[in-house]
Design a protein around this ligand. Structure first.
Ligand code: FNR
Length: 366
């Protein structure tokens, strides 16, 4: 399966035809009128590439170093909840594929496999753990301690879920998890399942009862006292918050609007990347997710200052089409596209990507 798929969109099309409606709507949807969701992808097409030629591109190397860790390419996998809805092996298959491809896998707090299971399935994979701040801080502390023990290399604190975004399809479907699945990172039984009595999306009720909407910058200070690992903030969309992140001594930022799923009407991630990169200088690393679907998108994000990019939905489509092999396939395809883009732009490695090689169509004066 998937051998004749030529691009990530081919995987998406097939996944849309095989996934059950409840899971499909949950995976695809964005918040509200989904303008941000759509713009995440469309915005990339408004940036144009200015390639250079006659530069001997015969010896190319896609590797990069992120938080001191050498990885094979600047493309990793974003945290997405409940991956077992896409394939029975869910997070295990996803992490194994990422391990084989030598890049970074971010495990969601809301996973259907546990921290320990994922660590055992993909021991050599560079794994980061995505965190939320729970009202009951002991839940967050427990997750931090277990992820540290299991060999995870960094924490990715998601900032953009003080409350849950309104995703209309999930409201209409009264979205819930299939009964054979559970949120495996929790030990308390009441946290592994959703309350089925709640109206609309059951996940909205879950988040409202457990996530802490009082959380603020003081919690970053607190988080730093409970872990020795690097802390990255995911969901930053403004230079103002990026500066606060630097001032709170975090180790990196993921520029992200949660795949358009939280607040509709924000800018596409790629449209705020440069503002954030300029605000932080080279004090900390800046990554991006949202709408990355081919190798030229990766090139554009790196030219605008991202150290690496992550993809959420494409891995779910890979899983739905072909499990572990499907995720490997999507990573191989985008790797090849990125390699081809580098060569066609006159670059042999990520260090040779120049800012001038990408320009927004509105700013093209020549
Ligand atoms: C997400 N995302 C997400 N983010 C997070 O921090 N914790 C989570 O549990 C989830 N869950 C989740 C589920 C699903 C189905 C999707 C599609 C997304 C957001 C995710 O990490 C990432 O920001 C976006 O998916 C990036 O956009 P693309 O690559 O899907 O366009």
């Amino acid at each position: 399966m998937g051998d004749n798929f030529a691009c990530l969109d081919d995987f998406e099309k097939h996944a849309l035809s095989v996934l059950p409606k409840n899971a499909l709507d949950y995976y695809t949807s964005g918040a509200g009128a989904q303008t941000t969701l759509e713009d995440n992808k469309r915005a990339f097409s408004r940036y144009k590439i200015r390639p250079r030629f006659l530069r001997d591109v015969s010896k190319r190397d896609l590797s990069t170093t992120v938080l001191g860790e050498k990885i094979t390419m600047p493309i990793g996998i974003s945290p997405t909840a409940m991956q077992r809805m896409a394939h029975p092996e869910g997070e295990l298959a996803n992490a194994r594929a990422v391990e084989a491809m030598g890049t970074i896998y971010i495990l969601s707090t809301l996973a259907t496999c546990s921290i320990e299971e994922v660590a055992q399935a993909a021991p050599k994979c560079v794994k980061w753990f995505q965190l939320f701040i729970f009202r009951d801080r002991s839940v967050t502390i427990d997750l931090v301690q277990r992820a540290e023990k299991a060999g995870f290399k960094a924490f990715v604190l998601t900032l953009d879920v003080p409350v849950f975004g309104i995703r209309l399809a999930d409201v209409r479907n009264r979205f819930t998890m299939p009964p054979h699945l559970a949120l495996k990172n929790f030990t308390s039984l009441s946290m592994t399942k959703f309350d089925e009595k709640i109206e609309g999306s059951r996940l909205t009720g879950y988040v409202a009862s457990l996530f802490d909407d009082t959380s603020n910058w003081e919690d970053i200070k607190w988080l730093k006292t409970i872990t020795f690992l690097p802390i990255l903030l995911k969901g930053i969309l403004t230079a103002e918050d990026a500066v606060l992140a630097v001032n709170h001594h975090v180790d990196g930022i993921v520029v992200s609007n949660h795949g358009g799923r939280q607040l509709d009407g924000t800018f596409a991630s790629i449209d705020v990347l440069e503002e954030i990169v300029n605000a932080v200088g080279n004090k900390i690393e800046v990554y991006l997710d949202g709408g990355i679907r081919d190798g030229t998108d990766v090139f554009k994000a790196l030219a605008l200052g991202a150290k690496m990019v992550f993809m959420g939905r494409p891995a779910l489509w890979g899983l739905a089409c072909n499990g572990e092999e499907g995720v490997k396939q999507i990573l191989r395809i985008i790797r090849h596209e990125f390699d081809t883009t580098l060569a066609l732009c006159g670059c042999c490695n990520v260090g040779e990507i120049e800012r001038e090689m990408v320009v927004h169509e509105c700013h093209h004066s020549k």
